[in-house]
Write a new protein. Sequence first.
Lengths: 235, 301
Amino acid sequence: MAEVTAATIDASGKETRDVNRAIRQAAEEGATEIHVRNPAGRHSFGVALTGELHVVLEGPTGWYTGGMNGGPTIVIHGNTGWAVGECMMSGRLEVHGHAGSGTAASIRGGLVYVEGDTGARAGISMKGGALVVGGSVGYMSGFMMQAGTIVVCGDAADGLGDSMYEGTIYVGGEIASLGADAEVKDLIDEDRTLLETTLAEFGIDASSRDFTKVRSGRRLWNFSAREPELWASAL
Amino acid sequence: MCGIVGVFYKGEAGEGPVGQVLTRMCDQLFRRGPDSAGVALYGPPLEDGLVVRVDLERPDAEDASADVVAAAGLVTTVQGSGRVSRSLRLLVADDADGKLADVIEERVPGVRVFSVGRAMEIVKDLGMACDINERFGLDAFRGTHGIGHTRMATESRVDIAHSHPFWARPFPDIAVVHNGQITNYHKLRRRLEQKGHRFATENDSEAIAVYIADRLEAGGSLDEALRATIDDLDGTFAYLISTAGGIGLARDRFATKPLLYAENDEMVVLASEEISIRAVFPDPALVPRELQAKEVRWWLK
């Protein structure tokens, strides 16, 4: 195993870009585990990083944390704001707290895990990867999802999976309502295996919940004048 | 964008440095709105009489103060007055059946009455909240609760009168701060005007304050009024409404605008972003939660 070299950066009193530069510089100097102290709910920490890097944000962060990354593992000890992990290409992002709206927006790969709840539009426009939420997700989560997997252990608010093209959403709690063209499908053994292996990593027993599987009904893929009601309800 | 903040100290005796807290919280959100900032602060409610905040938007502030005191004296008894920079604070016996603000503005050209109430005082100006705090000496203001705003103008002019908070004129002690756009503003305003209400500005957010004040006046509860706005307001909104008793909030059905609240046994703190809460309340035990779509909450004394 490669040796873990740690570095610590105190964010207080520093400009955001200087903190991000310091993360990058520490990585270039060979640090594989970088701790950022006192993030204090500020935005855009740990973005646009590549490679096998472990960044730990020791407190709540603001918006866009860990966005545009390809490879690193980002761990947030606290809440995080809107669009955490947006456009992530690969790697891993863990939020040990709650997340704001637009969690894992447009990710193409990797894994985003939120221990608590998320705001509205979790997994909006996902193009791959996985989003795992220990708590509940807000309004219109999985909106226009194009690929990938969302696993919600708690409840989903109104409009789940609205206008989703592809991908799969699993919900362990109640679904307030499905969005346009989102449909409940039968759970098969492969789904159960996937849920068990995905959730075991986070200490969650998949069999303790009765998961519902939601996928696209594919009726919005092509316009049909015969289904005006469906089209009127699609955003 | 715009940033909104609020603080409410719980319990009968709950109070704190609301002026300092709210302006510091606003400062953290200045990127959400650099045009202007303002606060509605609630001090200990007066047993008798009302407190009036007037903005003397004139270079001859001293003369303007005297003119305002004279104008107010025509319709009520002025019990005291003091001025800090352009902000004049009057203590009056009553509001002359809601006409006091109109009388002052008609008699003294260029000045604007920002608030009238037993407890509420609105102070707002162009620029950063920290500068406004310094200009008007808000650090010294202690009170039970309050709301604040930092504005990025989208729907109306950048000037002091169109800055938040908006007083629900002429209803004492009611104000609003709003992040968003009310798209049925003209219809809503027309409906309220037909009921006899008048508007002091062209700003859509002012209509939220008047709408809620109208419902409260008709005997409805704050909870009912807040819930009614979810359907009756079109557009995007996260807003805080403050009354003499406390603070209420609502978020639109699409959850378009951010709003968080954090609560413990002593207080409730509200802000558009966590950065604003953390700068003033670093206690990790105070954990903010984002409001859901259509969510309504309130805290009253």
